[in-house]
Design a binder for this molecule. Structure first.
Ligand code: NDP
Length: 243
């Protein structure tokens, strides 16, 4: 895929670390110019932008809370001004507030839905006009095995990720005529900060290890590289069955 994305601009929400950072590296490797979003740890995003720039690719770091409409609008404006209109959007930013049913609060629920689901709606709406005008776009939403199974985080997280897959299918059907594909990737247990300190979960995985962020990035790239696949979800579960 070397240089297959030359001339394309990508935006990865939550791209400063974990799965998002691996996706940024893979997109840059394929020739795309990359905007790396984070919420607050701008230092990490800037470090990754430097790393990518050293490999002769353009990259920028942009801090914005993607659950907030004004922040998303400002981010898209800045990215478009500096790198050009967004051709590839990866809605990856997410949080996992682990709670038992008894302890789950309305605030946990709202924050999770805003960050994991509404953010994807806000970012998609913001990039759509330019994608439509160019008759080309790729949107990849990072869902989770928790969209279908219970998992270990809580029902609020399940709801946010099931919503992400509904959003994916809903946009896919409506945007196909504009040359825009919309797909999802649903990882189960991936070794990132989000999963740190939970080695006991490995015993649930038939493959006997967590997945890596690079393995998730490969699935994202498969979708970015394919014009005929839309409205689909690729699962990476290490052999785990959904319950
Ligand atoms: P990490 O916790 O490692 O990284 C999260 C990223 O999201 C960071 O860059 C963080 O920015 C950013 N972020 C969080 N909230 C916001 C916000 N409001 N606005 C902008 N950026 C934000 O997560 P992972 O890499 O593990 O997860 C990435 C995605 O994959 C998530 O959607 C998660 O739900 C999903 N996923 C993860 C799995 C796993 O096992 N790790 C399994 C299945 C799905 P900052 O650094 O500034 O905080």
């Amino acid at each position: 895929m070397a240089d297959s994305l030359k001339g394309r601009t990508a935006l990865v929400t939550g791209g400063s670390r974990g799965i998002g950072a691996a996706v940024c590296r893979a997109l840059a490797e394929a020739g795309a110019t990359v905007a790396i979003n984070c919420r607050e740890r701008i230092g990490q995003a800037e470090q990754l932008a430097d790393e990518i720039s050293k490999r002769d690719r353009r990259a920028m770091a942009v801090a914005a809370d993607v659950s907030q409409r004004e922040a998303v609008a400002a981010m898209i404006e800045q990215v478009t001004a500096e790198l050009g209109a967004v051709d590839i959007l990866v809605n990856n930013a997410g949080i996992a507030i682990t709670r038992g049913v008894e302890d789950l609060t309305e605030d946990d629920f709202d924050r999770t839905i805003l960050t994991n689901l509404k953010s994807a709606f806000l970012c998609t709406q913001a990039v759509l006009p330019a994608m439509r005008a160019r008759k080309w776009g790729r949107i990849v939403n990072i869902s989770s095995g928790a969209a279908r199974g219970a998992g270990s985080i809580g029902p609020h997280y399940n709801a946010s990720k099931a919503g992400m897959e509904g959003l994916t299918r809903g946009y896919a059907a409506r945007l196909v005529k504009d040359g825009i594909t919309v797909n999802a990737v649903a990882p189960s247990l991936i070794e990132t900060d989000m999963m740190s300190g939970q080695p006991q979960l490995i015993s649930r995985i038939p493959l006997g290890r967590f997945g890596t962020a690079d393995e998730v990035a490969k699935a994202v790239m498969l979708l970015v590289d394919n014009a005929y696949m839309t409205g689909q979800t690729i699962a990476l579960s290490g052999g785990m069955a959904f319950n």
